[in-house]
Design a protein around this ligand. Structure first.
Ligand code: PAF
Length: 292
């Protein structure tokens, strides 16, 4: 693939070699440039674009990585059908001020004989961690590996994957990885559905019923402010989802930092949902403001 210098005229420079990526980022930083990094699995949508625009606004150079990470998919999950749309992804971020797209092959990230995994406990334990064994270890491993290849000043993650952001922050803190983590707001469709690459799997009828996820989060916020107790709010979320044909994996209100039960019934809460429509599994969340 041609390596052209990333700029508005030529578009971003596409890099596949981790060492080359590492060299370029270090060279930029040694010239005093602040480097932002947006790790993705591609299939870029408006949520990703918002991360990229924020990185470009706050940094001198921006790297977007595109790598469908095999180790974060469990057996029977959607690794093989996950959309791979490199050309469309490059077009999606054209004009957003991206300097480099890092698109390594699997064996550049996991070379032959690869035998190392990063395992995070704490925030990785419940919810997605319970339902998708090995998922967060796969995420922590690849994010750690990507941070080695892309030694940026700051990395940007979307709040939609709230538990993932907690796992990444804990991994960075525990291993002393010298990168700042910025968590950016969830971007939604006009009807409230959180942007996700997996929305593309939804059939028309599933797509219309998927709004029940955001509706349940809004219902939770109203009940929260009305002073309802946690068990009643969780029950109301589950009932609304079930009534719209969403199979509920969980619908819970928990502490937004630990994902454990709330220690205060008024503050630091987040409503989190995972539900399935047909073969598509979606997650979403909504932090609940302190209530009187
Ligand atoms: O959120 C994602 O797209 C992925 O989990 C990430 C962080 C790029 C790691 O593969």
């Amino acid at each position: 693939m041609a390596h052209v210098r990333g700029d508005e005229a030529n578009g971003p420079m596409i890099i596949t070699d981790p060492q080359h990526m590492h060299r370029d980022v270090l060279a930029a930083r040694s010239r005093g440039r602040r480097v932002g990094f947006v790790p993705t699995m591609g299939a870029l949508h408006a949520g990703h674009v918002s991360l990229v625009k924020r990185a470009a606004a706050e940094c001198d150079d921006t790297v977007v990585s595109i790598f469908v990470n095999p180790t974060q998919f469990g057996p029977g999950e959607d690794f093989t059908r996950y959309p791979r749309t490199l050309d469309a992804d490059i077009a999606a971020v054209a004009g957003c001020g991206v300097t480099w797209i890092f698109a390594p092959a699997a064996d550049a990230i996991y070379p032959n004989g690869w035998a190392t995994r990063v395992v995070v406990d704490g925030p990785a334990r419940r919810f997605e961690g319970e339902l998708r064994p090995g998922h967060f270890s796969g995420v922590a491993t690849v994010v750690c590996r990507l941070f080695m290849a892309v030694p940026a000043d700051v990395a940007y993650f979307g709040a939609k994957d709230w538990q993932q952001t907690l796992v990444v922050k804990r991994m960075v803190r525990d291993l002393g990885v010298p990168v700042e983590i910025a968590v950016c707001p969830t971007i939604r469709e006009p009807d409230g559905l959180a942007m996700s690459s997996r929305n593309a799997y939804l059939l028309a009828d599933e797509r219309s019923r998927a709004t029940a996820i955001h509706e349940s989060l809004m219902l939770a916020e109203r009940a929260w402010f009305a002073g309802d107790d946690i068990a009643a709010i969780e029950h109301a979320m589950r009932s609304h989802l079930a009534a719209r044909g969403v199979a509920v994996d969980y619908a819970a209100i928990v502490d937004r930092e630990s994902l454990e039960p709330l220690s205060s019934p008024v503050a630091n809460a987040i409503a989190i949902i995972a539900g399935r429509l047909g073969t598509t599994r979606l997650i979403d969340n909504h932090p609940l403001p302190t209530r009187g």
